[in-house]
Design a protein around this ligand. Structure first.
Ligand code: FAD
Length: 385
């Protein structure tokens, strides 16, 4: 067991990965500072699914009770294709839906409580393997560990030629918005994830997720060459023509502020560290959002990193052990998400096979039996065909 009391981490990026890593490190005795390029600490207006793996990570760092209190457990995952509904899946599975701004605010509160220093308007541009973070204004800060949590386009990662990356773009993109919940979309049949698909003449999908009594998160997927369906603000005519029964929420989506369109793109980086510079989150493994696992895997890897650092005094040994432990799960999550995005397998229902659920069911080395007991996996989720 190492003593980390005197160790210092500098983190670039106050997204879900950076904040989770900061809390996890601070709780194991590190002195931590996070640099966020924006002038405020926030995330944009959409929702997010936190799978069992993410909830375990958040349980380890003491954040999960607030997610459980402020988020929503979908009662099932229901898919329909061209109006035909398949049998709902994942009944009783322990996963949560919450708005991204709420999740972000909860993590910021927890980071402050753990003694993390959060600095805004602070853009990182590079890092050096000896353990130096370089800021845009030329400031050089020495640390025992520099974490690049600055997202898929990571400037810190791009400054290190020894971190080789493959980037890939896919055919789809998603408009994400939060809308107020109208009266006709209240009631039990809407308290679930509903995945509405049409595949002709081209794929369009509305992922409907209740994020609380007053809000609905809509993820509206289309191919990026379908320009009118790949636009924020939402074009209500294009979407209502395909999903007429959702016209009311589509109208609200068209009026929503703060939404965003993203094309699917991924990166695979190897190795994840160069000396004392380490990548955590989308900087290391941005993935297709088909399974909603990107942030969840980033948070798992952040918590596992802090845990492995308690097991080894030597940083090189710890970083190697961490990558060895997390790499297979992460690569598999990326590959499965890409497969799901390319084949549109989820459109045909019953997509959450035991293999697909392996990422969500991943059990962290940092999790204790008490943590695991909070998130029992119902047999139906793992025994499905
Ligand atoms: C359509 C869609 C739906 C998704 N749904 C889900 C889901 O349901 N569940 C799930 O688990 N995942 C989901 N994801 C994935 C998830 O959004 C990402 O994996 C996650 O946001 C990545 O977090 P991060 O902290 O690594 O990076 P980011 O969220 O990109 O955060 C990076 C932070 O670093 C800051 N920054 C950037 N550059 C610098 C710099 N140079 N210096 C300082 N700060 C910097 C940014 O401003 C930002 O605050 C989805 C993704 C998409 C596209």
């Amino acid at each position: 067991m190492s003593t980390t009391a005197s160790r210092r981490a500098e983190i670039a990026g106050a997204g879900f990965a950076g904040l989770t890593a900061a809390i996890a490190l601070a709780r194991t005795g590190w002195s931590v500072r996070v640099h966020e390029q924006n002038d405020t600490l926030r995330d944009f207006g959409a929702g997010i699914l936190l799978w069992r793996n993410a909830m375990l990570a958040l349980e380890v760092i003491g954040v999960a009770p607030r997610i459980r209190a402020e988020g929503v457990v979908p009662d099932a995952y229901a898919t329909s294709l061209n109006g035909e509904a398949f049998d709902p899946e994942l009944a009783g599975y322990p996963y949560w839906a919450i708005t991204r701004p709420r999740l972000h605010a909860i993590l910021v509160d927890a980071a402050r409580e753990a003694g993390v220093e959060l600095v805004t308007d602070s853009r990182a541009v590079a890092a050096e393997p000896s353990g130096v973070l370089v800021l845009e204004d030329g400031t050089r800060i020495a640390a025992d560990l520099v974490l690049a949590c600055d997202g898929a386009g990571s400037a810190v990662r791009n400054s290190r030629p020894e971190l080789a990356q493959e980037r890939k773009r896919y055919q789809d993109g998603v408009c994400r918005v939060l809308v107020p919940r109208p009266e006709e979309f209240r009631g039990e049949e809407w308290d679930r994830v509903i995945d509405f698909w049409t595949l002709e003449p081209d794929a369009m999908r509305i992922l409907f997720i209740t994020t609380g009594p007053d809000t609905i998160y809509l993820g509206m997927m289309a191919t990026t060459d379908n320009e009118s369906a790949s636009r924020i603000p939402i074009d209500p005519e294009v979407w209502s023509a395909r999903f007429p029964h959702l016209a009311r929420v589509i109208e609200l989506a068209a009026e929503a502020e703060g939404g965003r369109h993203d094309a699917y793109q991924t990166n695979r980086v190897e190795p994840w560290s160069a000396g004392r510079v380490v990548l955590v989150g989308d900087s290391a493994h941005a993935m297709c959002p088909a399974l909603g696992q990107g942030a969840s895997v980033g948070m798992v890897n952040a918590v596992e990193l802090a845990h492995v650092l308690t097991e080894h005094d030597d940083l090189d040994t710890a970083l190697a052990a961490w990558e060895e432990r997390q790499r297979a799960m992460t690569d598999a999550a990326q590959a499965r998400s890409a497969y799901m995005a390319e084949t549109r397998t989820l459109a045909r229902g019953n997509g959450f096979t035991p293999e697909v659920m392996e990422t969500a069911n991943f059990e962290l080395a940092a999790a204790t039996d008490e943590h695991l007991a909070v998130y029992p996996v119902p047999l139906v989720a793992t025994d499905a065909p």
